[in-house]
Design a protein around this ligand. Structure first.
Ligand SMILES: [Zn+2]
Ligand SMILES: [Zn+2]
Length: 164
């Protein structure tokens, strides 16, 4: 989606909104495709006293297994982003600005990189998820298994065999 910003840049008080769906379901993360719906995107550019800002609201379905117990989880994530738009970069102040020299802004890549930076690093079914037993694979949220989960130092293992 190309956002044409000429009018917004040229007139103080002007604002313009575009809404579109961004196809993100073919994006692979860690060998999976966690985006199970297109992202709904609404972007508004507004000129307030000559300063043009861009607000982005986005909503999409994000499906990933729990990091610990692998239970499939699906959430609707809603994010908002803010950017300042300028036509030319003055000086070496390259802070948080996005340059739009020809008044045209390609929104797809911008929204996508905003989303990828904002995704949760951890994905748990609950904060106290007990995960899976590393020996038998049982979901420990459903109850304990009978595995011996003490980790034994290999040197002690030798001793243990001697004692046995
Ligand atoms: Zn879990
Ligand atoms: Zn077990």
């Amino acid at each position: 989606m190309i956002f044409d910003l000429k009018e917004v840049f040229e007139r103080e008080g002007a604002a313009q909104t575009v809404s579109f769906q961004l196809a993100i379901s073919d994006i692979e993360l860690d060998g999976a495709y966690p985006f199970t719906s297109p992202a709904k995107v609404t972007a508004t550019a507004a000129n307030k006293t000559g300063i043009v800002s861009l607000s982005i609201d986005t909503e999409f379905e994000y499906s990933r297994p729990c990091d610990r117990c692998m239970k499939p989880l699906s959430d609707i994530l809603k994010y908002s982003f803010e950017h300042r738009l300028i036509t030319t970069l003055c000086g070496d102040d390259d802070g948080d600005y996005i340059e739009t020299p020809d008044y045209r802004l390609e929104l797809d890549d911008l929204v996508l990189s905003d989303i990828l930076l904002e995704l949760p690093l951890k994905h748990l079914c609950s904060d106290d998820c007990k995960g899976l037993c590393f020996k038998c694979g049982k979901d420990l949220n459903e109850g304990e298994c009978s595995c011996d989960k003490r980790t034994i130092d290999p040197r002690l293992e030798v001793l243990k065999q001697l004692i046995d």
